[in-house]
Write a protein that binds this ligand. Structure first.
Ligand SMILES: [Zn+2]
Length: 225
């Protein structure tokens, strides 16, 4: 299995990459190659995992990002796939861009999934308060992106156009411009992923562990946000 760090710098599908595709046969091989045994609580099953964040994917929640060499195409969960393929987010309900230098994209994805997932399953006023405050703090960073980076950059469609219009050299250097910008997913865009985790109730990734995680992040970040 491939454990290299996947770069989640905001990106689009450039013309040179549009040519690549993956056959159903190769897709099957990629899913198999990236599967690991997971303890669901009562039995061990083999499930494919995202090559970026390592969380389980399946039943329509996985994405394949084609590569020049089809066998090197990436298996990603939706929250890890979309930052690298912003142009596939075509609905306004697919989220927006925020300025958040202190948390990287993978951490935002995990945090958002943990927050929304916990919001659904816990009936605890204190925790719900922390979740609301953290979600609000993140969403406010949309204004920061427009104010400190460029007007309207928080709009995915606009940022996509900017990235399309860059020449190859500028595009290769886009990290300098985008290093503090993150995709803030909408609940709609990652709902199927969370549903998949819930239905399969993965022991290792049990949302029960997120209760204390969210509370401690909330306390730690109270001063920073
Ligand atoms: Zn992922």
């Amino acid at each position: 299995m491939d454990n290299k760090k996947i770069d989640l710098t905001l990106s689009v599908i450039r013309p040179e990459r549009r040519k690549f595709s993956v056959s159903a046969k190769i897709e099957k091989q990629i899913l198999k190659k990236n599967s690991i045994p997971i303890n669901t609580g009562n039995k061990m099953i083999k499930v494919p995992i995202c090559q970026s964040c390592g969380l389980p994917v399946g039943e329509g929640t996985h994405m394949i990002e084609p590569s020049e060499k089809p066998t090197e195409s990436l298996l990603l969960c939706k929250p890890c796939y979309y930052p690298r393929n912003l142009d596939e987010l075509t609905m306004p309900s697919n989220g927006y861009i925020i300025l958040e230098p202190r948390i990287d994209q993978t951490e935002i994805n995990t945090l958002i999934c943990a927050l929304w997932y916990s919001q659904k399953i816990y009936d605890d006023d204190e925790l719900l308060g922390v979740i609301e405050q953290l979600t609000k703090s993140l969403s406010q960073k949309k204004t920061h992106a427009d104010l400190y980076i460029a007007k309207d950059i928080s709009n995915i469609e606009y940022l996509t156009q900017v990235l399309y219009q860059m020449d190859s050299d500028d595009y290769e250097r886009r990290y300098n411009l985008l290093k503090h910008l993150r995709w803030m997913p909408s609940i709609e865009s990652i709902l199927p992923t969370m549903e998949y985790w819930r239905r399969n109730c993965f022991g290792l990734y049990s949302p029960k562990n997120w209760y204390s995680l969210i509370n401690s992040i909330g306390k730690e970040r109270e001063k920073k946000f």
